[in-house]
Write a protein that binds this ligand. Structure first.
Ligand code: PLP
Length: 394
């Protein structure tokens, strides 16, 4: 045996309260370790059917084309873009954070004629702004981020979907961070293409990207005159593997990741969607009470705040990286740094999926109180915990 053989992995036990991944539920971890079967094994085909059926419930849709793309949330983004867009197609994309910017980049790489509308980080688009851009550009697709993880802002979509449809377009929504923590009502709101990820409010490790396409989006794909630029993500082939009547091999599905997602979806539906959304909101409000008592303000207007991603302003005189590394090293708690123009100015505190619990809120507030006190902050270190406890007791 080589002297340089690394030791077996022994990952530290963390409390994941950043922008994702969130804590993986123990039942999901066990599901991931179940025996691997072949990708065309009848057991796996049944698993795929069940994953699809549960995803439809989560997306609140009847869309036939609902499945888990092999890859992380960004693969879901690329899947939607490359399948809907042919070179020269017109697109309007909203850029009010890092992920809107990434969507713009992906549209451009697919050869779209892109009109980007912009808002400062932390703000959202009004229906009127989108309507004006739609009128100006007559896009085939409008792309927006429902839950901007980089800023903590929630983009309302329902009114915009109507505007886009009235102009004959399709609405593409990034629901990577919202799915499983906030309602994503695909059919009722009229979303045409939606992608998500497993590692946020579903509390499954990163590795699959749930997607769903409306019949109108599928018709647009079927009407293409050019080949989809990506072989791997070409839905005209992938869908045959995910359709019971054909089951044509396309690529070897990540079998065990699908087991994990299957259990994560079971957990979400077992809890109940409304109950799950209420839990995310309740813990967000408790955290808010605690943060406010520590003198910490949110970076996003109250009306647009995400419950699962709390972007807050770092108090004056406090060392951003110092607090984050103390939280990690002393308490095992991970939170996120600010991104883009919010770098060094904000912390991103995630309460996603299994990580959204009173235990985590109270532990985090206690730990943060200590970190702030260690840096000489004048606020009372226990004030956050006391305020959150008062909230929970009411
Ligand atoms: C809103 C949003 N979109 C897209 C992505 C990309 O997903 P992934 O990192 O899983 O590829 C993320 C990841 O954080 C995200 O938060």
């Amino acid at each position: 045996m080589s002297d340089s053989l690394p030791q077996p992995l022994a990952p530290p036990s963390r409390i994941l309260m950043g922008p994702g991944p969130s804590d993986t539920h123990p039942r999901v971890l066990s599901a991931l370790g179940a025996p691997t079967v072949g990708h065309l094994d009848p057991f796996f085909l049944k698993t795929m059917n069940e994953v699809q059926a549960m995803l439809r419930e989560l997306f609140q849709t009847k869309n036939e084309m609902t499945l888990a793309v092999s890859g992380t949330g960004s693969a879901g983004m690329e899947t939607c873009v490359v399948n809907l867009i042919e070179p020269g197609d017109k697109v309007v994309v909203g850029v009010n954070g890092v992920f809107g910017g990434r969507m713009k980049d992906v549209f451009e790489r697919a050869g779209a004629d892109v009109l980007a509308i912009e808002r400062p980080f932390g703000e959202v688009f009004s229906a009127d702004e989108v309507a004006a851009a739609v009128q100006q550009h007559s896009p085939k697709v409008v792309g927006l981020v429902h839950a901007e993880t980089s800023t903590g802002a929630l983009q309302p979509l329902e009114e915009i979907a109507k505007i886009v449809h009235d102009a004959g377009g399709l609405l593409l929504a990034d629901c990577v961070t919202s799915l499983g923590g906030l309602p994503v009502k695909v059919d009722e709101w009229g979303l045409d293409a939606v992608y998500s990820g497993t590692q946020k409010c579903l509390s499954c490790p990163p590795g699959l990207a749930p997607v769903t396409f409306s019949p109108k989006a599928v018709a647009a794909m079927d009407a293409r005159t050019t080949k989809v630029a990506s072989w791997y993500l070409d839905m005209s082939m992938v869908r045959n593997y995910w359709t019971d009547s054909s089951r044509a091999y396309h690529h070897t599905a990540p079998i065990n990741m699908n087991y994990g997602l299957h259990e994560a979806l079971r957990l979400a539906l077992e809890e109940g969607l409304e109950e799950r959304f209420a839990r995310h909101r309740h813990n967000h409000l408790a955290l808010r009470a605690g943060l406010e008592a520590l003198g910490i303000e949110y970076a996003v207007e109250e009306a647009n705040r995400l419950p699962m991603l709390n972007a807050v302003k770092i108090p004056d005189g406090i060392d951003d990286a110092g607090v984050r590394s103390q939280l990690l090293n002393e308490f095992g708690i991970e939170i996120g740094a600010g991104l883009g123009p919010m770098k060094g100015k904000t912390w991103r505190i995630g309460l996603m999926g299994d990580s959204s619990s009173a235990r985590n809120v109270l532990l985090f507030l206690a730990a943060l109180g200590k970190c702030l006190a260690d840096q000489g902050s004048a606020t009372q270190s226990g004030a956050g915990v006391a305020a959150a406890n008062a909230f929970y007791s009411n």
